[in-house]
Design a protein around this ligand. Structure first.
Ligand code: PHE
Length: 340
C-alpha cells in the first residue's frame, strides 16, 4: 500500500514543476481523478482494515487531497502571474518611441491663391465683401444694366430656379449689394466667390468657378487708378517684371470697358507656346462703373464715380502654376494637389 504522505509529496513536487495550465490539468486528473485518480486508489482495500485503521486512512487521504488541491491552485495563480509579467515585458508600449508621421492636409491651391489676392488688395485698403450665390434676376442682370432681351445676357448663360431666381453668373451683383449696404462712399471692396454658368466642362472652362470682383467708388477716380491697382496686384502676385495691358471691350455695367491681360511669364512677352505666341495672357474684365449702375446702387453719379474689375481665381492659379487644365483643380487628385 502506498503511503499517503509520500504520494502527496510526489504530487506537490510535480505540481511545483508544471509550466503550463494544461500540465496542471493533467496532474489534477492523475492525482485527484474521481475513480482512477491515484489518491482515490489509496482507498482500495479499506474494507479489509479495522475500524481504527479505516478512520486513520480516511483522514490521511482527505489531508492528501486538500494538500494537492492547495498546491494546484497555488501553482495556477503563480503561472498566471508569470504570464502577465511576461506580457508586460514583451508587449509593452514605449510611449517615448516616435510614432509614424501623420498625413496632414493642407490648404487647397485655389484657397491659397484667393488668400494671396485678398492679402495684396487688403494692403491697399480694400475690404472683403461677400454676397449670396443664389441671386435675383435684378441683382445679377437688371441692376448691372443688362436689361432683359439685351444680347449681352448671352455672355452669362445661367442656371435658373425660376424666372426671377438663379445661380449668380458672376460676382458683379455684389457691387450692388455693397453700395446698398455701405451707402456713403468711399467704397473699396473685393468680393471673392463662386459663380455658375451653363458651360460644359473643358480644359479652360467649368460650369462653376470663382471670381474676385473689385469695386472702388470715390470722388474723381480715373482709369489710371484702375490700371495702377491691377498692375500693383499682378506684380505683387507674379513678380515685378510682369506687365499689364488693357484692350477695349464691352460690359453693360462699365463705360468704358476693357479686358486686361498679363505679360507671359514664360517668354517675358516675346511669344511662346504657352501664350500661343501672343506674349500676353487674358485675365479678366474691367472698366469705369456705368452711371446707371451707381444709380441702381443708390449712389449719385453726379457726385461720385468708380471703377471695377472681375477675373477668375482658377485662371490666376493656372497662370501662376502653369496648370493647363482647369478641371484638375476640382478632381481632388492628391497627386496633383500635393504639388502646391
Ligand atoms: N463680371 C464680368 C464677367 O464676369 C467681369 C467684370 C467685372 C468686368 C467688373 C468689368 C467689371 O465677365
Amino acid at each position: 500500500m502506498t503511503d499517503p504522505s509520500a504520494l502527496t509529496a510526489e504530487a506537490v513536487a510535480a505540481i511545483g514543476k508544471a509550466q503550463t495550465s494544461a500540465e496542471l490539468e493533467r496532474l489534477e486528473v492523475e492525482y485527484l481523478g474521481r475513480k482512477s485518480g491515484r489518491v482515490s486508489k489509496l482507498l482500495e482495500g479499506i474494507d479489509k482494515l479495522s475500524p481504527e485503521e479505516r478512520a486513520a486512512l480516511g483522514k490521511a487521504v482527505n489531508e492528501s487531497k486538500r494538500a494537492i488541491e492547495e498546491a494546484l491552485s497555488g501553482r495556477r495563480s503563480q503561472l498566471e502571474e508569470n504570464r502577465l509579467a511576461d506580457l508586460a515585458e514583451t508587449e509593452a508600449i514605449d510611449v517615448t518611441f516616435p510614432g509614424p508621421p501623420l498625413d496632414r492636409g493642407h490648404v487647397h491651391v485655389l484657397t491659397q491663391v484667393r488668400r494671396q489676392i485678398e492679402t495684396v488688395l487688403e494692403s491697399l485698403g480694400y475690404q472683403v465683401e461677400l454676397g449670396p450665390e443664389v441671386e435675383t434676376e435684378w441683382y445679377n442682370f437688371e441692376a448691372l444694366n443688362i436689361t432683359a432681351g439685351h444680347p449681352a445676357r448671352e455672355m452669362w448663360d445661367s442656371f435658373y430656379f425660376s424666372p426671377e431666381l438663379l445661380l449668380r453668373a458672376h460676382t458683379s451683383p455684389v457691387q450692388i449689394h455693397a453700395m446698398q449696404r455701405i451707402k456713403e462712399p468711399p467704397i473699396y471692396i473685393i468680393t471673392p466667390g463662386r459663380c455658375y454658368r451653363r458651360d460644359a466642362p473643358e480644359a479652360t472652362r467649368l460650369p462653376y468657378f470663382s471670381q474676385v470682383e473689385g469695386l472702388a467708388v470715390d470722388k474723381g477716380l480715373t482709369f489710371g487708378d484702375l490700371k495702377g491697382t491691377l498692375l500693383y496686384m499682378i506684380q505683387s502676385l507674379y513678380g515685378r517684371e510682369r506687365k499689364v495691358r488693357v484692350r477695349p471691350s464691352f460690359f453693360p455695367f462699365t463705360e468704358p470697358s476693357f479686358e486686361f491681360d498679363v505679360s507671359c511669364g514664360i517668354c517675358g512677352g516675346m511669344g511662346c507656346k504657352s501664350c500661343r505666341h501672343k506674349g500676353w495672357l487674358e485675365v479678366g474684365g474691367c472698366g469705369m462703373v456705368h452711371p446707371q449702375v451707381l444709380r441702381n446702387g443708390g449712389i449719385d453719379p453726379a457726385q461720385w464715380n468708380g471703377y471695377a474689375w472681375g477675373f477668375g481665381i482658377e485662371r490666376m492659379a493656372m497662370l501662376k502654376h502653369d496648370v493647363d487644365d482647369i478641371r484638375l483643380f476640382y478632381e481632388s487628385d492628391l497627386r496633383f494637389l500635393e504639388q502646391f
